[in-house]
Design a protein around this ligand. Sequence first.
Ligand code: NAD
Length: 309
Amino acid sequence: MRLDTLGVDESVSILFPPAALADELAFLPVSTTVVDGSGGELHGCQAVVTFRHWDAYDDLAWVHSIQSGVDQFPFDRLRAADVALTNSTGIHGDAIGEAVASYALAFSRRLHEHVANQQDATWSPPEWDEAWTVHGERACVLGLGTLGRGVVDRLTGLGVEVTGVRRTATPEPGVETVYTPAKLETAVSDARFVVAAVPLTDDTRGLIDADVLAAMREDAYLINVARGAVVDQSALIDAVNGGSIAGAALDVFETEPLPESSPLWGMDEVIVSPHCAGFTDRYHEHVGSIVAENVDRIRADEDLLNRVV
Ligand code: NAD
């Protein structure tokens, strides 16, 4: 693969300024330029780093996604056009692990309630039995990759017992029992927190459906940091409203931005965050290290790191 010009697409600005990544990559032995793929002008680049996919990418040799989830990319089209696609898995464990721990602690220490009360200057301590500690509680983590690992480390550090679900039931450090997806309902049935950390694939679309929600405890919280479509959102709303689970923290939604009309905005035991659980002020550095590694590999004619297509 020939690579002398690398583009940074304007669409990365959803996570960091394009120029910040271009600066980060300035030391590479290729020239780096900011491009706008939506207009189709790629300024002679053979590769781009991007958030979005654009049709103009058919003419490239390599596309790098700044996200871990690449469900928005047209795999068949890229394969047909002989374009390599790589992703940014491996960089989100710390941020997502801390975000999941924050949601869990917000529910147990009732922080979301205090923040809501603060909006109208209401002094309203919880009832004696409303606040609890996560220590000694159990969490079930679906997906034990980068995100899952970050979550397991944070939650076990807080004294939470963790079980997990992944495609093969091989043991994982810090995880007491690993279940396969066939045992999902059993896996979630004794957890206070169920954390979705799987990629969106044909197998995981709608994975957390009405039956899985019904198998959860009445005092359990669902935390979704994966993709909105992994959860049946209307079944989730029914489960929270009907009291069959206690609540949910959602960073991702079937439709993003979450429409103003969504009932989720107004639900007391639902925390909504705008797909930002993976944000950090060093995101561009983390992406930059994967891109730099792959530029080295291309120049050495080696296989790409994190290659998806
Ligand atoms: P990863 O590839 O490191 O890990 C994914 C894990 O899920 C793997 O261990 C895989 O074996 C497992 N898995 C796949 N299908 C499964 C199934 N059917 N049942 C159980 N386990 C299954 O990816 P990652 O970096 O951990 O990211 C996971 C997903 O989280 C991404 O694809 C993306 O959609 C989402 N994500 C969201 C944010 C955010 O900002 N909220 C940030 C990063 C990633």
